[in-house]
Design a protein around this ligand. Structure first.
Ligand SMILES: *[C@@H]1O[C@H](CO)[C@@H](O)[C@H](O)[C@H]1NC(C)=O
Ligand SMILES: *[C@@H]1O[C@H](CO)[C@@H](O)[C@H](O)[C@H]1NC(C)=O
Length: 481
């Protein structure tokens, strides 16, 4: 029997430390590449910043505001038309009777990602990074080939493309050496992972969307595999797939499947568009959050109407710090919260962070990767994003505002004024960065990233901030739930 059903292994933790360094260097590298590349192509669409680890960790990323429309590829005609996993699970491991010629449906999602769903007699040669659909009989359609970047932001460099081929006949089809009874999902790691926000936005959320419907009965095939990453998110990955991931680039087998999804599809930043979820499941970001609560056995599913709700302020170690943290904590206490400060570290076990965060009812943080932890808050909790000075609201909303609302949390925003930004004292009121953010944005991405994201700390005007805190408190009052 050729099927591979390996038991879960837990040997990945030891890769973690090496992984930080690797991830750190990788992110540094992609920062340079990404920022250069995107500054030219889509000046206002991308954010990227010099990354650090630990508290200095930040959101290095590539973003898009506008999605290009379809290219020459077809959009999946019917997202609800996908076959359920059942047909595969009991399949005999012989590959003798292909049911039909099968089909390849590729879709293009603008800036983010291209993916192909391949159904039929699918054969994967890992070292060649090729996915081939072999017909049962000579087909009338001609041979066709697609190149897929299996990391969901196609503009990220350094990711090898996977070639998807629809053969016209069986000639030269490689013979199966391993036959899988479950569907496969091919994706790449690396890219911008290593940044906490990207770990979720680029991989965990899209992977959840791609594989949740299989209930663990799915084989992941990973190009550019990062054992530290799989170790860090082991609980999540293991819950999505019961099988050890295949290190695709080094795989010498020819693996055969009845269904393979090539590439991960990102619908939007750090969130899901339910209507685009495969199999008509209408998965939501709230489903993802519930899945995480379950995975990490988090005790609180909903923020209960506590008399004194608990609020956490996320501390950043480096730029975009709140310099008057004590004042902010006192203001939160004055508003009725039991307030504390948290400094999530990149090397901390996700499970620990998740558990700590889940105890809170409200979160306050300056735009940055730390806010990713909102995903562990109980439903109905409040997130206040402090948006640094410099017209960053649009980006802030796309990265966290919408995702947080999609998770079933209440999103609030506090925009920092010039006189609350350290840029004012650093540069003086006459500097263009202080005086005219619009002009800075027009000049391109580099200066936006350099100043507003990279050189700014904030001194929150707690008198003004009090109104936001009061609204958050009001939202959490027992009478409201
Ligand atoms: C997979 O592809 C590589 C590169 O084209 C080739 O050398 C190798 O023989 C293929 N493997 C199998 C088992 O066919
Ligand atoms: C984080 O930033 C602080 C303040 O600039 C610095 O002292 C510390 O060494 C940095 N830590 C790391 C890991 O870069």
């Amino acid at each position: 029997m050729g099927s591979e059903v390996k038991p879960a292994k837990h040997g990945l933790r030891r890769h973690l430390n090496a992984g930080f360094v690797a991830g750190f260097l990788l992110v540094l590298l992609t920062y340079v590449i990404v920022s250069q590349q995107f500054a030219m192509e889509t000046p206002t669409a991308v954010t990227s910043r010099a990354p650090r680890i630990d508290e200095n960790e930040s959101v290095t990323k590539a973003r898009v505001e506008t999605e290009k429309t379809e290219q020459e590829w077809q959009r999946p005609k019917d997202t609800s038309g996908a076959v359920s996993a059942e047909g595969f699970s009991k399949r005999d491991s012989t590959n003798a009777k292909p049911i039909e010629n099968g089909k390849v449906v590729c879709s293009s999602n603008g800036f983010y990602s291209d993916t192909c769903d391949v159904d039929g007699d699918v054969r994967i040669n890992g070292t060649a990074l090729s996915v081939t659909l072999v017909p049962a009989s000579r087909r009338s359609e001609r041979r066709r080939e697609w190149k897929i970047q299996p990391y969901p932001r196609r503009t990220v460099s350094g990711i090898a493309e996977v070639t998807v081929t629809r053969q016209q006949d069986q000639a030269a089809a490689p013979a199966c050496t391993v036959t899988h009874g479950v569907p496969g999902v091919v994706f790449a790691l690396g890219g911008l992972t290593g940044n906490y926000w990207h770990d979720f936005s680029d991989v965990l959320v899209p992977l959840f969307v791609a594989s949740r419907r299989y209930g663990g009965e799915v084989q992941f095939l990973v190009s550019n595999i990062q054992p530290w990453w799989l170790g860090k998110y082991e609980a999540v990955v293991r819950r999505l797939s019961r099988y050890d991931a295949v290190d695709l680039d080094r795989d010498t087998e020819v693996r055969c499947f009845r269904r393979v999804t090539v590439g991960l599809r990102m619908h939007k930043e750090f969130s899901v568009k339910p209507e685009l979820a495969p199999g008509g499941q209408r998965l939501t970001m709230a489903d993802f959050a519930a899945f995480l609560r379950d995975t990490y056995a988090l005790p609180r599913a909903a923020a209960a109407g506590a008399k004194r709700p608990r609020l956490v302020v996320i501390r950043r170690g480096h730029y975009r710090k709140i310099v008057n943290m004590d004042e902010v904590v006192r203001a939160a206490e004055a508003a009725g919260f039991e307030a504390s400060v948290m400094s999530p570290r990149f090397d901390e076990a996700v499970e620990e962070v998740a558990r700590r965060v889940n105890a809170f009812d409200a979160m306050v943080g300056v735009h940055g990767a730390g806010l990713t932890n909102a995903v562990f808050l109980p439903a109905g909790a409040v997130v206040i994003q402090v948006v640094p000075y410099g017209r960053l609201e649009r980006m802030a909303r796309a990265d966290f505002g919408e995702p947080v609302a999609d998770m079933g949390l209440r999103y609030m925003e506090y925009s920092v004024a010039a006189d609350e930004s350290t840029l004012l004292e650093m540069l003086g009121p006459e500097h263009q960065v202080v005086k005219d953010p619009e002009a800075v944005h027009r000049s391109g991405w580099d200066k936006v990233a350099e100043y507003y994201l990279g050189k700014q700390d904030v001194r929150i005007n707690v008198a003004r901030f009090a109104a936001t805190l009061a609204a958050a408190f009001d939202h959490l009052r027992p009478s409201h739930s």
